[in-house]
Design a binder for this molecule. Structure first.
Ligand code: HEC
Ligand code: HEC
Ligand code: HEC
Length: 227
């Protein structure tokens, strides 16, 4: 990887979050860590690699779609959409307003044992969401606004908020990625990456795809799931 590739990827993630470089950087010293957002972003780089390596590329019928920043962020840094149990698992926004029904299958159907047995992908997805719920404090710094929000929400509206060590986090859920599509519109396919001259490095660096990477070159030794 070279400076051009790092800048290319940085431009890509800025677009995914709808922010400028200054959201995370002191532009006179890119190596400094001036803001919590940069620390969260570094943790989220690890998140993307973990989700791709442990879950997406492990789906027996994996269709080649990777998770990237935009898969959840959709052009904004926070206030992502999830859904709440109280509203029949329909998607709600951060203040609990119901949005359109989730159209893949309702979450209730999707979580039944029978459905999961017939759809191994859904089983993997449920493990992935549970994994995030249990480990979310490893991947983001808490948002101070969430602490106040929880106090105002009725208990049952807190489905997409979890408490870890007395701190409130807003966690992603099926709707955060899918938004009513079978394949999340914000995912990226390995074919799109492979047909680029740089192997797609500036869209999703090899080290975020969940496979083994040569530490010298920063290139995949073998992309996860592609053999
Ligand atoms: C959402 C947060 C975020 C945004 C926005 C962002 N960056 Fe970064 N940037 C990071 C993180 C995280 C790293 C990696 C830091 C690490 O692991 O040491 C990084 C690393 C870098 C580096 C390498 C610095 C070093 O340690 O030597 C450069 C250069 C850079 N970014 C430039 C940019 C430019 C130019 C933009 C705007 C187009 C930008 N960044 C936007 C989070 C961000
Ligand atoms: C982090 C983002 C993310 C989350 C959260 C997520 N998914 Fe997915 N889902 C994906 C991606 C990416 C694919 C495409 C995988 C592939 O290429 O095979 C996918 C595929 C699927 C498919 C297969 C669709 C098809 O036609 O092949 C189903 C069903 C599914 N997800 C259900 C769920 C359910 C249920 C949840 C919540 C428990 C969930 N997903 C949470 C990213 C996500
Ligand atoms: C699985 C879904 C998911 C993925 C993938 C993801 N994020 Fe996040 N991110 C979140 C959620 C949820 C939050 C917490 C938002 C909140 O508290 O409202 C968050 C928070 C952040 C924040 C802190 C925002 C703030 O207000 O300071 C930054 C920065 C960030 N993510 C950067 C990234 C970057 C960069 C990537 C890609 C390398 C990425 N995220 C990938 C779901 C995701």
């Amino acid at each position: 990887m070279d400076t051009g590739e790092i800048w290319g990827y940085m431009i890509h993630i800025s677009g995914s979050l709808g922010v400028g470089c200054q959201y995370c950087h002191d532009i006179n010293n890119f190596a400094a860590d001036p803001y919590p957002a940069k620390i969260s972003a570094r943790l989220m780089l690890r998140l993307v690699n973990d989700l791709n390596g442990q879950f997406l590329s492990q789906i027996p019928t994996w269709g080649g779609n990777y998770v990237q920043c935009a898969t959840c962020h959709h052009g904004q840094p926070n206030n992502m959409l999830a859904f709440s149990e109280r509203n029949d698992y329909r998607p709600v926004n951060a203040v609990g307003e119901v949005l359109q029904p989730w159209s893949i299958d309702t979450y209730a159907i999707a979580t039944s044992t029978e459905f999961v047995n017939q759809h191994p992908t859904t089983g993997k997805m449920l493990s992935m969401v549970n994994y995030m719920r249990e480990n979310w404090d490893r991947y983001v710094l808490p948002d101070p606004e969430n602490q106040a929000l929880l106090a105002e929400l009725p208990v049952n509206d807190r489905q997409d908020y979890i408490v870890i060590d007395e701190t409130v986090y807003s966690v992603p859920n099926c709707y955060t990625c899918h938004q009513g599509n079978r394949i999340p519109a914000g995912a990226i396919t390995r074919w799109e990456l492979n047909r680029r001259a740089d192997g797609g490095w500036t869209l999703l660096p090899d080290m975020l795809r969940g496979g083994e990477v040569d530490p010298e070159t920063g290139r995949a030794i073998e992309s996860a799931g592609t053999n």
